[in-house]
Design a protein around this ligand. Structure first.
Ligand code: DX5
Ligand code: ZN
Length: 214
């Protein structure tokens, strides 16, 4: 079954608590937490304090997506709260060592690629990853439109994973709804990050079920 990782970016703090209560009662696999530094992307988001709060309010594992420069310097801060910890290929200086370091702490590392980064660039590092995240929008903001060329990249990455017998999940993030989500799953995605599609509707549960059953 498809895994869902709801992206809680942009929810006002009062709504965030309510949403986490709903997610706790749902079949959500992960909670996607975006971290932004205002430099790698022109926006900021959750602080460590807020992440700690989210972590204390749920037993759903956190999928922490770091959109920050020089992520290796900050990894340790996020380790206590993460099940999966993702760093951008475009921001990392030494990919293999950064992924190994995350793993040494007992957390599942993943690489993230922006829309203009090719799938082939990350092939040499896939054996060090537990997951790969293909961005289907330019990182930085929720509510953008899915970029269809992400589908081709998902296909290529999935093919490489299968041909090399790797145990790596493929996640997609940005503009995912019931239609684009279906296309991503057909292309080979295992985990769908879903933000505005879930939270623009009052019936979050119903939308989670729709995505899980794609
Ligand atoms: C964008 C973030 C996403 C975003 C997804 O940079 O990484 O996680 O919140 O939101 P939607 O689903 O609205 O595109
Ligand atoms: Zn994200």
């Amino acid at each position: 079954m498809i895994k869902i990782s709801p992206s809680i970016l942009g929810l006002a703090s009062e709504r965030l608590n309510e949403v986490i209560d709903v997610l706790n009662m749902s079949k959500t696999d992960l909670i996607h937490v975006d971290v932004m530094d205002g430099k790698f992307v022109p926006n900021t988001s959750f602080t460590i304090e807020q992440i700690k709060n989210i972590f204390q309010k749920t037993t759903i594992p956190l999928d922490i997506h770091l959109m920050i420069e020089e992520p290796h310097k900050y990894i340790k801060e996020y380790i206590p709260y993460a099940e999966y910890l993702g760093v951008h290929y475009e921001a990392v200086k030494d990919c293999e060592n950064t992924l190994r370091e995350i793993k040494r702490y007992g957390v599942k590392p993943y690489l993230v690629i922006k829309p203009n980064t090719s799938a082939e660039e990350i092939f040499p590092f896939l054996s060090h990853c537990d997951m790969v995240l293909v961005m289907s929008v330019e990182p930085g903001f929720g509510g953008q439109k899915f970029i269809p060329k992400a589908l081709e990249k998902i296909k290529k990455i999935k093919k490489y994973i299968n041909e090399n017998n790797l145990n790596v999940l493929v996640e997609v993030d940005g503009g995912v709804n019931n239609v684009t989500g279906k296309e991503a799953v057909t292309a080979g995605a295992d985990v769908l990050v879903v933000g505005s599609y879930l939270f623009s509707d009052n019936d979050i549960m119903d939308r989670i079920t729709k995505i899980k059953n794609l």
